[in-house]
Design a protein around this ligand. Sequence first.
Ligand code: ADP
Ligand code: MG
Length: 352
Amino acid sequence: MIERFYNIFADDIGIDLGTANTLVYVKGQGVVITEPSVVAINERTGRVVAIGNDAKQMIGRTPTHISIIRPLVDGVISNFEVTEEMLAYFIRRASQLPNNSRKFFRPQVLVGVPSGITNVETRAVRDAARNAGARRVHIIEEPMSAAIGIRLPVQDPVGSIVVDIGGGTTDIAVISLGGIVLSRNLKVAGNHLNDDIVTYVRDEFKILLGDKTAEEVKIAVGAVVKQPEPLDATIRGRDLISGLPKEVVITDSDIKEAIGASVDTLVDAVKEVLEATPPEVISDIMHKGLVLTGGGALLRGMDNLLSQELKIPVNIADDPLTAVVRGTGVVLEDLDRYWDVLINEGDDQASR
Ligand code: ADP
Ligand code: MG
């Protein structure tokens, strides 16, 4: 009974539905959930057995009847039902709703999506959030949300550029006057770099690494420019010849070489966006610089490399992993002011 009184005022919530991580902001409270976008399913019963951190811990350790699903691939929903279950779980947890809560108590939800996703994909996110218990669903493009989250003056007549390097995609967006002037979305991001590391270690050391280990070593010693002090990490994988476990020492220069080609692709993509940016906006960007957000912003030397290659100042956002969800928070606190930056329901039909 008491619980119901609390729920009458189910607060608005903002969600960064990322390929790698889902973050939830509750209006008036701040960021309350940061968990991996992972779900464990029991294939025998079709039931969800774990979501988020609990599910991630099971990766690589599951019996055959349990499968681990990442319901979002490259920033878009690849498994609709599982995304819906995951969203429902996070929405319920964030708004402290019981499982059988009635419509009246449902929160208004703002969800971030990658820039340039199709109408169909946007509608899928909208439907998933609604089925998951949202009373009303608003959609915002992630780089716009990130820009708002780091307090760029997105509605002013001044251009900004945000590069959000996530797990599945890198979003590059030029923003001015409350809109995205141009954007590009590429699949070279964190997961791709992990794959590069697996391939490199297999070819160079004849050792098979798990994805999780590849990610850990990337975070521990990964760099895109030469480091002043060499970094190394000892990692464990399976020797491809003997089939037995084996340890190997990996250095920052190994990682630099492993991910080099992908990093070049990423730099080239940003270059192409800058080349297509109108001159007035370029002049703003030369002055204010580019901002890096998303987990990939933390890759050692990414800011220096981009700055060198693009000849513009590059800054890493404070707490780059939470920029998008913080943006949803800023918007929710003043929905009227930001109404025009949202993708509203009617816009889904427009020629986007
Ligand atoms: P998404 O929005 O797609 O969920 P995130 O912005 O949460 O992605 O970033 C997750 C990605 O960032 C992962 O690929 C992860 O490996 C990478 N990442 C996180 N921390 C670091 C770090 N310190 N160095 C390099 N990459 C990192
Ligand atoms: Mg993201």
